[in-house]
Structure formats: C-alpha cells, structure tokens
Write a protein that binds this ligand. Structure first.
Ligand SMILES: *[C@@H]1O[C@H](CO)[C@@H](O)[C@H](O)[C@H]1NC(C)=O
Ligand SMILES: *[C@@H]1O[C@H](CO)[C@@H](O)[C@H](O)[C@H]1NC(C)=O
Ligand SMILES: *[C@@H]1O[C@H](CO)[C@@H](O)[C@H](O)[C@H]1NC(C)=O
Ligand SMILES: *[C@@H]1O[C@H](CO)[C@@H](O)[C@H](O)[C@H]1NC(C)=O
Ligand SMILES: *[C@@H]1O[C@H](CO)[C@@H](O)[C@H](O)[C@H]1NC(C)=O
Ligand SMILES: *[C@@H]1O[C@H](CO)[C@@H](O)[C@H](O)[C@H]1NC(C)=O
Ligand SMILES: *[C@@H]1O[C@H](CO)[C@@H](O)[C@H](O)[C@H]1NC(C)=O
Ligand SMILES: *[C@@H]1O[C@H](CO)[C@@H](O)[C@H](O)[C@H]1NC(C)=O
Ligand SMILES: *[C@@H]1O[C@H](CO)[C@@H](O)[C@H](O)[C@H]1NC(C)=O
Ligand SMILES: *[C@@H]1O[C@H](CO)[C@@H](O)[C@H](O)[C@H]1NC(C)=O
Ligand SMILES: *[C@@H]1O[C@H](CO)[C@@H](O)[C@H](O)[C@H]1NC(C)=O
Length: 863
C-alpha cells in the first residue's frame, strides 16, 4: 500500500489552499440564497446609480456563492434550507441613487453599511422590517427626508449612524423603544424639534451625538436618568432660552458633555459630583453667574467655558486637576486675580502640554509665582492686567498659536528603498529594523475624543487599538493625524503583519478578521478615546483576493517591472514554483507515521484518536500565534505537527463555544463518518483540561494546474508582460543571479549559455540534483517567456501547462516539505528569503540531503 499511497499523495500535492479551510470554518456557501433576498438585491442594485461599476457582478450567479461585491452571507441550510444575506458592506463605493424599499426583504441582515457614498432620497421605512438588524450605517451620504418611525421598533439595533446627511424632521418618539441601542450618531443633519424626553428611558444608550442639527426646545432634564450615558454631544443646535438642567449634575457615568453654541442660558450646574467627567465644552452660549467652585473630577482634560457671560473669579480648585490640558474662560467677564497655582501646582511629563486661555476678561492680576513652566501656554491678552509691564509675558493671544496636526516620523534607521518596492513598505514600528511588509490602510476618525491634546495619549491609543484588534502594539503605525472641526481627530493608520521572518503579508483570514473588527464595530469603545468612525479600509492589490472585491481597479503593472527585488507577487510565485520544482525529495516518513498512528487509535470512536492536551500543546508550540492558520466562530485553528510527524489542523474551541461532553462526542462521531471531497477528515480530538479540540488531516486536493491557474488568475497575472516577469523570476531561481548585475542582463547571459550548450554552467549549485530533462525544460520555458517579441512569448495558460508537465516529470515528492507552503499566498513567502528577496530565494536546508529515489529519470548535479 505504501508506494501507491505515496504516488497518490504526490499528485495530491498537499497544497492546502486557504480556501478549503476558511470555507470550512466560516460556513462555506454551496447552496442558494433565499430567492426573495436575491430579488431584493437586484432591486437594490437597480435603485443605485453605480457609476463606478462596483456592483457589476451583481447580475450573474447566486449572491452568496458567486461573490457579489459587498454581500456577506451565512448558512442556514440546516434550519430553512437557504443561505441568507448577513451583511451589505458597500462603504466608499461611489454609489448614488436611492435606497430601495426592498431592503426590508433582507430579513436576516445584521449590518447594513452604505457609508460614504452619494446616496440621495429618504431612508425607506421598510428598514424597520429587518428585525435582525444590529448596525444601521448610513452616514456620509445625501439622504433627506425624516427618520422613519419604524426604525424605532428594531429590537436588535445596537447602533444607528446616520450622521453627515441632510436628514430633517424630528427624532421619532418611537426611538424610545430601542432598548438595545447604544449609539445614536446623528450629527451633521438638519434634524429639528424637541429631543423626545422619552429617550431618557433607553437602558443601553451610551453615546448621544446630535451635534450640528437644528434641534430646539429644551434639554430634557430626564436625561440624567440614562443609566449608561457616557457622551452627550449637542453642539451647534438651538435650545434658545433653555438652561442646562440642574439634574445633569447627577449623571453618574458621564465622561463628556459638549453643548457648545446651543443658545443656552442660566447658570452652570455644579458638575463636581460626576466622578469620571473628562471633557466639558459649554462655550459659545449665554451662560451667566459664577463658575462653580467645587473641584471637578481628576480625570478632566478639557474645560471650555469661553464666550459666555460668566462673572466672578477663577476658582482655585482648578489648580488641582492633574490631567488638565486645556482651560479656557476666554471672552467672559471674569474678574479678580488669576491663581498661578493653576499652572505652577502641576507636574508635567515630557509629552504634557497645558493651555490656559483667559483672553478678554476683566482680570486684574496674577496671584503667586510669575514663572511659567516650559509646558504651559498662557493667553491673557485683553485683560486689564496687561497694562502692567511685569505681566506682558502672559499677555499673548491665541492667534500666535499654530495648529495641532502632524505627520509622525518614527524611524531614524535608514532602509534601502529599492529592496522594498511599493506597495510594500518598511514597518517603522517593527522591532526588527527594515522589516518590509504590506500594510492594511485604515482611514479612522475619533468622533468625540475625551482630550484636546493627542500627543500624551498617543501611546495609550496605540495600546488601546491594538489590544482591541488582538494585534501587537508594534504592528500599528499612526501615519498622521489631524484635528478637524468637532473637534474630531482624523488619523491615517497602517497595520503591519507581525514580524515572523517568513511572511510579509497578513494571511487571508487575518485580513478578513481585522476588516470585520472595524466594519462590525467590534473594537471595544474606550472611555478616553470615545467612538470611532471608519473612513476607509484599503486593501492593496495583493490583499484583494482576501475579500472578493472584483472591479476594484487592480493595477496590472504591479508586478511587471519590479520583478527583481520585489517581494510581492513575483517572489511569492517564484517561491511556489521553486518549491514545486526543486524541493522534491522523498522520505518514507508518512508510511511509518501511518503505521504508528493506527496502533494508537483509541477505541472510543472508530478511526478517531484521543489526544492529550500536552500533545496538542507540543504540536503547536504551545498554541503559538505563528502556528495559527485561521479563525472561525468556533475558535482558532492551528497547524500542528504530531510527535510522529503527521501534519494536522487543530480546531480549538474558544470559551463560549464549548459544548457539553455528549454533544462534543456526537459531533466527533458525525464528523468521523463524513467523507467529502471538500472536507478534510477528522483524525482525533482532545477533551482535556477544559479544552475541546478537533484534529483534522491537513490536506487538500486539486491538481497543480488548478492551483497555478488559480494563483495566476487571482493575482491578475494574465498578460504577456507578466509572462516576461515570470520568466525572469524563473531565471533568477535557476541561476541564483540577479536580473541585472555588473551590467549583465540575466536573460542574455542565460541565452548565451543555452545556445552554446553550456546551460549547466549557469545553474546555481545550491539547487541539488534534479533530472536534467526537467531543468532543460524549465530553462527553455523561462527563456521563451523572456523573448523580446511579445508574440513569441507563451501565453500564461501555456506557462501553466508547461509547469505542470515539468512537475509531472519530477521524482516523487515529499508531503512534509511541500505542504507548509501554500496555506495562503502570504505563507508562500516562507521559502523566499525574507528581507532580501534578491538573494537566492530558494536556498534552503531542505534541498541538501534530498535523497531522490528515482532510478529511472537520469539526474544531474549542476556545477
Ligand atoms: C451549509 O450547511 C449545511 C449543513 O451544515 C451544509 O451541508 C452545506 O454544505 C453548507 N453550505 C455551504 C455552502 O457550506
Ligand atoms: C468566490 O470566492 C471564493 C473565495 O475567494 C472562491 O473560492 C470562489 O471560487 C469564488 N466564486 C466565484 C464564482 O467567483
Ligand atoms: C459625490 O459626488 C460628487 C460629485 O457628484 C463627487 O465629487 C464626490 O466625490 C462624491 N462622493 C463620494 C463619497 O462618492
Ligand atoms: C464617483 O461618481 C462620479 C459620478 O457620479 C464620478 O464623476 C466620479 O469619478 C466617481 N468617483 C470615483 C472615485 O469613482
Ligand atoms: C414590513 O413593513 C411594512 C411597513 O412598515 C409593514 O406594513 C409590513 O407588515 C412589514 N412586513 C413584515 C413582514 O414585517
Ligand atoms: C425592551 O423592549 C422590549 C419590547 O419593547 C421588551 O419586551 C423588553 O423587556 C425590553 N427590555 C428591557 C431591558 O427593557
Ligand atoms: C459638521 O457640521 C459643522 C457645522 O456645519 C461643520 O463645521 C463640520 O465640519 C461638520 N462635520 C463634519 C464631520 O461634516
Ligand atoms: C440628584 O439625585 C439625588 C438622589 O438621586 C437627589 O436627591 C437630588 O435631588 C438630585 N439632584 C438634582 C440636582 O436633581
Ligand atoms: C495643589 O493645590 C491644592 C490646593 O489648591 C493643594 O491642596 C494641593 O496639595 C496642591 N498640589 C500640589 C501638588 O502642590
Ligand atoms: C504623561 O502623562 C499622561 C497623562 O497626563 C499619560 O497618559 C502619559 O502616559 C504620560 N507619559 C509618560 C511618558 O509618562
Ligand atoms: C515639558 O517639561 C519637561 C520638563 O519640565 C520637558 O522635558 C519637556 O520637553 C516639556 N515638554 C514640552 C512639550 O514642552
């Protein structure tokens, strides 16, 4: 049995394509979408104007199984026989037109995301029929009309984001039913009328952002009863004649109160009893009376009471606020002396700054020390005291102060740009200098931050975001940030894969996971940073196949021209090819492992072995993240190597997915009986130490031609300029030479050697022994691919066919050496030397010591 098994396994090639796994994990879709949902999607498309043709593929096949752009589904065939639309993710697609009422037919949808388009018309009331809806994300369009009452009856709505539209009308009082809704983000519209006091009953409401609307009436005193309210932001509305309700001093959880320019009158309530209040902006109102004397929360960073009619003196309690960054009483009628303890009675670390703006008041003096610490900026221009020559140093005005945007430059190490061609770039935050990798680009904006100076919080922000994303802090680079009106803090973020020496890209499942975190608002909110907006999430071309986004303008030139030194597609591919072609050597390990394996099989369930936790930990290097190959709803999946050398995939249930023992074994029994072409088979389980794991065979199917073709297609390597690039890569692999070195062109050099029958003189010695026929065919293919005449080059299909032929001529391969390579395109990098891809990408310890068994095919050992 041994030999035939091996022969088969050679053809099977153990190329585990990420697909096989990810589909297994994420509920692969093979059935059909419920017909009413298909009809609805067609209607939805019809009512959009899709000028950029982002939805061009919404007209053939099944929405869930034919990769319709932005349609994410889940599998309920077990329950009702259908696949259902779970999410519409259509952000930034330049869609105009309107929202179709047919959206209401997508009754299983959880996320409706059409942010940042140009959609007009009103919000269809039928959205109220989507009872499973959790996130309603319509912000950044040109929607008009009023908010439909029906939305108020969505029982599962967590978040309503309709900000930056032109929505008018008032807030429906039905919204008082939204007892799961945490986030009301409706700022920058034309919403008018009274805020329904009934909203004060909302048990989950956390962020209430309705700034920049036309709200009027009064501020509901009952809002103090909101048990979870953290942010109340209503700037730029018109509550003419209303006061700030005294009850607001009882908002026990409040972090931020921003009521700028709201036409408010009366006194400022005493907010000193709000224990974690960090940010108060009551500027540009007609508040009068004196400033409350009691000491505010120690967490306070910002107090802006400018442009009011406040009188009296500046309370000395402001001298005891350790995190204060900005204190402004500008343009009021405060009098008396300024206690300099406000800035002297403070300790500053190197990033802290403190701005005290007291311009245009009636202040007559400064009490206490006249020294200004280096981190403090004081503006006292326009006060009577400025006539005192001793105090002129304080009397500067705000106009002299620049703004607060920066491009952050992190790295002083010089890396050579030619070894890291775009879109790859050096990860400046990586602990390893000059780690060249492909970032994910995120346009991100803090909508209501709890501070006014970001620099001291920058590190805390990096910690917050990366821990929320389950990444290392050095995987995040804040490329730049900018304060915008609001104030909001817009940032441009880059996320880099973790340095691990064999990959320069995130793998497919990781890309999806990170994207889902952002688009699903799964990153936990933070008190100090507040809610975020996702402005964009950009997948550079090599990542595009991670999420199917056909039509998103993949640049074809990405590969052509940068073959050399490129660690992108070209070397990924070269690694693939080099491994396929050159790293075949046979060891009989699998046979022995099989035998040993069967002797240990547990009797509990036929054919399924029980493993100990320790065995699993050993197999996965203690579940280290470098062995993780995927993540599903059930938990993480690791690639492991058992003691006998068998390579397995280990699905480890996470807390919350654990089943009862009985169910667990029922599942195992079921799986042990399933043998399906697309399913890997179960070989064991582990039910120890409170863990549940399933152990699968790590395998795949399909021919090398399928895999290569798929690879070429998904990487859009289809035209003859790509064939040329590929040919150069092949030559590099064969010779270990750089395409151009010492003024010599690799194509010419190899051609000369080939024509003079000396081809083996240029073949790299590190390659070990290979059948001469294979090498010759390979050289010939490479040279034909590099012909100057485009028409003389083979087509990509011919290249694939020829590679397959060469592959078939090779001696039998060893599963163990090839299998690790193709779990996903990122992992393919493993074979390419990591930082300098121009060096022999295939030099590898595996090759020496290869012991070819074939006695039939003659082998040669090049120079
Ligand atoms: C959906 O789930 C059913 C039952 O679990 C399974 O048979 C079917 O193959 C799945 N469909 C897809 C497309 O994965
Ligand atoms: C859809 O995408 C998946 C994974 O990217 C792929 O396996 C499948 O072939 C694609 N289907 C179609 C019809 O394009
Ligand atoms: C909306 O349309 C205008 C012009 O019609 C265009 O300038 C703008 O970029 C579009 N915005 C988006 C988000 O597509
Ligand atoms: C968006 O659509 C407008 C027309 O509606 C077009 O002029 C513009 O070029 C498009 N923008 C992009 C980025 O496709
Ligand atoms: C859908 O919404 C409409 C109007 O809001 C309502 O009349 C109808 O009963 C709803 N249909 C379902 C199935 O909930
Ligand atoms: C939320 O509202 C629903 C219906 O309006 C009600 O059944 C449920 O008890 C409410 N939950 C809470 C926590 O108030
Ligand atoms: C919101 O509206 C205000 C006032 O019109 C404007 O200054 C601000 O830029 C707007 N913000 C956004 C994010 O559109
Ligand atoms: C704050 O709450 C307490 C107890 O709940 C109450 O006695 C007090 O009157 C409230 N204060 C205001 C200003 O409403
Ligand atoms: C700051 O001033 C307050 C009184 O206003 C005093 O109680 C406190 O000890 C001072 N703190 C420091 C660090 O000097
Ligand atoms: C400086 O102080 C701020 C808070 O005031 C804190 O967040 C930050 O971590 C501190 N920085 C250093 C370097 O200690
Ligand atoms: C703040 O003061 C410290 C020492 O007092 C100094 O090292 C630091 O450079 C200052 N920071 C700024 C932003 O001025």
């Amino acid at each position: 049995m041994g030999n035939s098994f091996l022969r088969i396994s050679m053809f099977r090639l153990t190329l585990i394509l990420g697909l096989c796994w990810s589909s297994l994990l994420e509920g692969a879709l093979a059935q059909i979408t419920r017909p009413s949902e298909v009809t609805a999607l067609q209607a939805i498309k019809r009512s959009f104007h899709d000028t950029s043709e982002n939805l061009h593929n919404w007209n053939h096949g099944d929405p869930c199984t034919s990769n319709w752009t932005g349609v994410l589904c889940f599998n309920m065939t077990m329950i009702d026989g259908y696949l259902h639309v779970q999410e519409l993710r259509l952000l930034n697609m330049n869609l105009s037109g309107t929202l179709s009422p047919e959206l209401g037919q997508l009754s299983y949808m959880q996320i409706l995301n059409v942010m940042w388009n140009n959609i007009t018309g009103s919000i269809p009331k039928e959205i109220g029929n989507i009872t499973s809806l959790e996130l309603l994300l319509l912000n950044g369009n040109q929607l008009t009309g009023s908010l439909p009452d029906e939305i108020g009856y969505l029982p599962n709505l967590d978040r309503i984001q309709v900000d930056q539209n032109q929505i008018s009308g008032s807030i429906p009082s039905s919204f008082a039913n939204l007892n799961k809704t945490k986030h009301f983000h409706m700022n920058n519209n034309s919403i008018s009328g009274q805020i329904p006091p009934e909203l004060s009953k909302l048990p989950s409401l956390v962020h209430f952002l309705l700034d920049n609307n036309n709200l009027s009436g009064y501020l509901p005193p009952e809002f103090s009863e909101l048990p979870n309210l953290l942010i109340l932001q209503l700037d730029n509305n018109n509550f003419e004649g209303s006061t700030i309700p005294a009850t607001y001093s009882n908002m026990t959880k409040l972090l931020k109160m921003s009521l700028r320019n709201c036409s408010l009158q009366g006194q400022i309530p005493d907010l000193s009893g709000i224990p974690k209040l960090a940010y108060i902006d009551l500027s540009l109102n007609q508040l009068n009376g004196s400033v409350p004397q009691s000491k505010l929360s120690e967490d306070i960073t910002t107090i802006d009471l400018s442009y009011n009619d406040l009188t009296g003196t500046i309370p000395v309690s402001f001298s005891d606020l350790p995190h204060l960054q900005k204190l402004s009483f500008a343009n009021n009628s405060l009098s008396g002396s300024v206690p300099s303890a406000i800035w002297t009675n403070r300790t500053f670390n190197e990033t802290d700054r403190f701005i005290v703006d007291l311009e245009n008041n009636m202040l007559s003096n400064i009490s206490g020390s006249l020294n200004i610490p280096p981190n403090v900026t004081i503006w006292l221009h326009g006060n009577p005291m400025c006539s005192n020559a001793n105090l002129v140093q304080f009397c500067r005005s705000q106009d002299e102060y620049g703004n607060n945007s920066q491009i952050l430059t992190n790295s002083s190490i010089i890396c050579y740009s030619q070894s890291c061609p775009p879109p790859y770039e050096y990860a400046s935050t990586s602990p390893i200098p000059c780690f060249c990798a492909l970032p994910l680009l995120v346009g991100y904006r803090l909508k209501s931050p709890g501070f006014s100076d970001f620099i001291p919080y920058e590190h805390a922000f990096e910690e917050y975001l990366t821990s929320g994303l389950d990444l290392d802090v050095d995987q995040l680079e804040i490329d730049s940030f900018e304060w915008q009106k609001g104030p909001r803090l817009k940032m441009y973020l880059k996320l880099f894969p973790e340095y691990n020496n064999d990959s320069h890209v995130f793998n497919r499942s990781e890309v999806r996971r990170i994207m889902n975190m952002f688009t699903g608002w799964k990153i936990p909110d933070s008190d100090v940073f507040g809610p975020y907006e996702l402005l964009s999430f950009t997948l550079l071309p090599p990542y595009l196949d991670a999420i199917s986004t056909p039509g998103s303008g993949i640049s074809k030139g990405a590969l052509a021209g940068i073959v050399v030194g490129a660690i992108g597609g070209a070397i990924t591919l070269s690694a693939l090819v080099s491994i396929i072609i050159f790293k075949m050597h046979l060891r009989n390990r699998h046979e022995t492992s099989k035998r040993r394996h069967s002797s240990k099989i547990s009797i509990k369930i036929d054919g399924v072995k029980g493993f100990t936790y320790r065995e699993m930990a050993l197999a996965t290097n203690n579940f280290s993240s470098s062995t993780q190959v995927g993540q599903g709803g059930y938990g993480k999946v690791y690639k492991g190597i058992l003691a006998d050398g068998t390579i397995v995939a280990i699905k480890r249930a996470q807390e919350g997915s654990l089943q009862g023992e009985k169910e667990f074994f029922t599942e195992i029994e079921l799986l042990s009986r399933v043998h399906h072409r697309n399913l890997v088979s179960l070989i064991g389980y582990c039910d120890e130490e409170g863990e549940q794991m399933l152990i699968y065979e790590f395998m795949s199917n399909g021919t090398i031609r399928d895999h290569l073709s798929e690879y070429f297609l998904t990487h859009k390597l289809t035209d003859k300029s790509d064939v040329y690039s590929l040919g150069v890569v092949f030559l590099e692999l064969l010779t270990g030479m750089q395409p151009i070195s010492h003024g010599k062109n690799i194509v010419r050099e190899v051609n000369i050697a080939y024509q003079s029958g000396m081809i083996f003189s240029v073949i790299d010695g590190h390659m070990g022994s290979y059948p001469s026929e294979c090498l010759e065919k390979f050289v010939s293919l490479a040279l034909r691919s590099c012909k100057d005449e485009t028409d003389a080059r083979p087509s990509m299909a011919e290249v694939v066919r020829e590679l397959e032929n060469i592959w078939l001529m090779m001696p039998q391969g060893d599963m163990k050496t090839t299998e690790s390579i193709i779990t996903d395109p990122g992992k393919v990098m493993l074979a390419a030397s990591s930082s300098s891809a121009t060096k022999n990408p295939f030099v590898s310890a595996d090759v020496s010591g290869s012991d070819l068994i074939s006695g039939v095919i003659p082998t040669i050992t090049p120079r």
